[in-house]
Design a protein around this ligand. Structure first.
Ligand code: BG6
Length: 485
């Protein structure tokens, strides 16, 4: 029998995670084309419907392209990593990062998504970034697609709704695999692939007002992404010997609100809908429970000959996921609802919530890790977790973010418990080690970083970087391999 582990393994990959569209800026520099993220404006809090500003209509896209919309698009500017990557990577190195998760902005490489030739200046930028990381011995973990579908693919094909996009994605992946084969070993195919269910535009560059059956189109687009993911997993293994390819899920463990069997069944159903994605990626086939769901919800998927074979032959090497919250569901329609959780649900009376209403549940992370391990027995990688919070800069420039330290230390403690439970956890990249533009709200004031960036919601600021209290804290966590929290 296996011995009980004492804590984090020696080669554990500690680091931080980012996405090009929230970090880089330089949206129109050196030949980059527009991506879907470049079209998302900042919506002031008072004007937001629900918590999120992620959907967009085809009419609005036309208006933006015609220059008729006078609004700010923060994801075009990020926090200027494009020009400051050396300074930022030096700070990551100072914290002792072993790994840095970043995405390649697809439209930097293929400006329209369907171009014949890649853009050399875009390829060179990531060469520079990977070389800088290598200087410090930091391993890159690269997401191929993090809500960054080239806008050209949306305009020409309505994004991933069309099967045509598979070929363009595979060509893009092959280009970067060949270019970076000596520099990048860890790859993720699609960020939070399930987010397409909440926002087809964000996850798949799909203008949903152009389709008739929203649910069917969404699952068809997801099928295209599954096939594309399997195809590039195969390619990565062929082009880069020893490469490791992972899928990425926004995992939301659903709890039943009570022991009423109806609540239990509801939670089970919600968990199946969420775990469907890792079931396909890890096991290489659609789970039986989805057949009934599709049949009862007017969803008929088109599989091409060979799809089933490629999914089965090329499952992922590891499972990665983001973890921010758990969800609680009840069949009781009168139960009090939560304000902020992405997947809705009722208020869990045992949990506190962040300033954005996301319910904070460190023990839920241990539960999540154990469930994943029980289900798949594949290595696990937490590639996002963290607290989006308001930070206050004191007169002397210091930032005392004890709430962030508290949040992260509780989650890391539960990771350690899960490792002792026998879970094979290979790494942890906290979300936004440097403050960046929020994905869901495009604001700056929702900060996750150990490194503060002087930039506000209106785009004012010097962009200067400074260390928060959590900077030294995380450095110590890494130096002690998770022993001192
Ligand atoms: C994940 C995304 O959903 O959550 C990131 O992969 C995102 O892109 C992160 O930034 C946190 O969400 P938000 O909306 O607080 O930025």
């Amino acid at each position: 029998m296996k011995e009980v582990s004492k804590g984090f393994p020696e080669n554990f990959l500690w680091g931080g995670a980012t996405a090009a569209n929230q970090l880089e800026g330089g949206f129109d520099e050196d030949g980059k084309g527009l991506s879907c993220a470049d079209m998302i404006a900042h919506v002031p809090k008072e004007q937001r419907k629900g918590g999120h500003a992620m959907e967009i209509s085809s009419e609005r896209i036309e208006q933006i392209l015609a220059g008729e919309i006078d609004e700010r698009f923060p994801k075009r500017y990020g926090v200027d990593f494009y020009h400051r990557y050396k300074e930022d990577i030096a700070l990551f190195a100072e914290m002792g990062f072993k790994v840095f998760r970043l995405s390649i902005h697809w439209s930097r490489i293929f400006p329209n998504g369907y171009d014949e030739q890649p853009n050399e200046a875009g390829l060179q930028f990531y060469d520079n970034v990977f070389d800088e990381l290598a200087k410090y011995g930091i391993e890159p973990l690269v997401t191929l697609s993090h809500y960054e579908t080239p806008l050209g693919l949306t305009l020409k094909y309505n994004g991933w709704a069309s099967r045509e996009v598979i070929g363009h994605y595979v060509k893009y992946a092959e280009t970067v695999f060949k270019r970076y084969k000596n520099k990048v070993k860890y790859w993720l195919t699609f960020n939070e692939i399930n987010v397409m269910l909440f926002s087809p535009y964000t996850g798949g560059g799909i203008l949903i007002d152009k389709v008739e059956n929203k649910l069917e189109t969404t699952y068809q687009a997801l099928h295209h992404q599954f096939v594309a993911s399997a195809m590039v997993t195969k390619l990565a293994h062929e082009i880069i010997p020893g490469s490791q390819v992972g899928c990425m899920l926004a995992r939301m463990e659903t709890y039943p609100y009570s022991c009423n069997p109806e609540d239990i069944r509801l939670a089970q159903f919600e968990n199946q809908i969420n775990l469907f994605f890792t079931d396909v990626h890890a096991r290489g086939k659609y789970p039986n429970y989805m057949a009934r769901y599709f049949a009862e919800n007017n969803v008929e998927l088109k599989f091409e000959p060979g799809d089933e074979e490629i999914l089965l032959a090329h499952p992922v090497d590891f499972i990665s996921f983001s973890y921010y919250m758990t969800v609680t569901k009840s069949v009781d329609a009168t139960a009090e609802q939560t304000a902020g959780n992405l997947a809705g649900g009722v208020k869990n009376p045992y949990l506190e919530a962040s300033d954005w209403g996301w319910e904070i549940d460190p023990i839920g992370l241990r539960v999540t890790l154990n469930k994943f391990w029980d289900r798949y027995q594949k290595p696990l990688f937490i590639v996002e977790n963290g607290l989006g919070a308001y930070d206050k800069v004191e007169e002397d420039g210091s930032i005392h973010d004890s709430y962030r330290i508290d949040y992260l230390s509780k989650h890391i403690a539960q990771m350690k418990e899960a490792i002792k439970d026998g879970v094979d956890l290979i790494g942890f990249t906290s979300w936004g080690p440097i403050d960046l533009v929020s994905m869901s709200t495009s604001e700056m004031s929702k900060r996750y970083g150990f490194i503060y960036v002087d930039l506000d919601d209106e785009g004012n600021g010097t962009l200067a970087r400074s260390k928060k209290d959590s900077f030294e804290w995380y450095k110590k966590v890494i130096a002690t391999n998770g022993e001192q929290l």
